[in-house]
Design a protein around this ligand. Structure first.
Ligand code: COA
Length: 255
């Protein structure tokens, strides 16, 4: 069995790759644990990059097949491990973390990118928080961080209508910092990581920590609230129907 997450940690730069290309790198519990472990093992890096294996997806979201039948309590726990083991570890990582968005970044994938310090997208990337299509809402910061990054109105439109932005649109609204040709993404992200690794380490870490504080107090309250709201949706007709429809490859019939 291939590992769900690959870690290439040489010298000062750590490259993390979510490695489930057959499932478009969707995040299972096992993948979350492996990503968490990779983040733990990169604490001494001066720059970290995260990407998805294959040329189709960064991360196409949390695993819908797994979430389909979760109870409210189980959903709350799943939201919690995502926050504790991935999102907080990225945001709180001492080094800057760059998302190399090489294709679909939906739901939890968009949230991983949002938790990163910088986002570079390839021209074929598509980014969004389409959770309403399966009867739930974002839970790993996809409302709190998205609204802070792109503005409240734009974020509401993205979430309410499950808008999926092209890389160009994502650049226009500030959701990503730059867009490059697909074949140039690795090289561009490597160069950014090398440039960061050349910066004064302690000062760069302090700068990251200071940026984290910009939103910290209200953000944590919003995240906790979002997590409770999200798990409360499990067991509703629209959540069960939306996820069943996805798994069965048919259109959902919502209440
Ligand atoms: N969870 C679980 N499996 C997923 C997944 C997810 N979030 N996203 C994709 N997959 C799986 C599919 O089930 C499929 O598996 P299969 O080959 O065993 O049937 C495989 O990845 C390829 O996906 P598929 O839908 O066939 O590819 P596509 O090119 O037609 O569509 C997407 C790609 C990304 C548009 C589509 O997969 C999609 O909409 N995924 C869900 C995105 C989403 O809503 N994320 C938020 C979840 S809360």
């Amino acid at each position: 069995m291939p590992k769900p997450v690959d870690l290439d940690h040489t010298a000062d730069i750590a490259r993390i790759t979510i490695n489930r290309p057959d499932s478009l790198n969707a995040l299972t519990k096992e993948t979350i644990e492996a990503l968490s472990d990779a983040l733990d093992r990169t604490q001494d890096a001066r720059a970290v990059t995260i990407t998805g294996a294959g040329d189709e997806a960064f991360i196409a979201g949390a695993d819908i097949g797994y979430m389909q039948d979760l109870s409210t309590t189980e959903a709350y726990e799943f939201a919690k491990i995502g926050h504790d083991k991935v999102m907080r570890k990225i945001a709180g990582h001492p080094a800057p973390v760059i998302a190399a968005i090489n294709g679909y970044a939906f739901g939890g994938g968009c949230e991983v990118a949002l938790a990163c310090d910088l986002r570079v997208a390839s021209e074929n990337a598509t980014i969004g928080q389409p959770e309403l299509d399966v009867g739930i809402i974002p839970s790993w910061g996809g409302i709190q961080r998205l609204a802070r990054l792109v503005g409240d109105e734009r974020a509401r439109r993205m979430v309410f209508f499950s808008q999926r932005l092209s890389a160009k649109e994502a650049l226009e609204v500030g959701l990503v910092g730059e867009v490059v040709a697909q074949e140039e993404l690795d090289e561009r992200v490597r160069t950014l990581a090398e440039d960061l690794a050349d910066r004064p380490k302690i000062a760069l870490q302090a700068a990251k920590e200071a940026f984290t504080r910009v939103h910290e107090a209200p953000l944590s309250a919003g995240l906790a609230y979002e997590q409770r709201l999200w798990s409360g949706l499990f067991g509703t007709h629209d959540q069960r129907e939306g996820m069943a429809a996805f798994v069965e490859k048919r259109d959902p019939i919502f209440e």
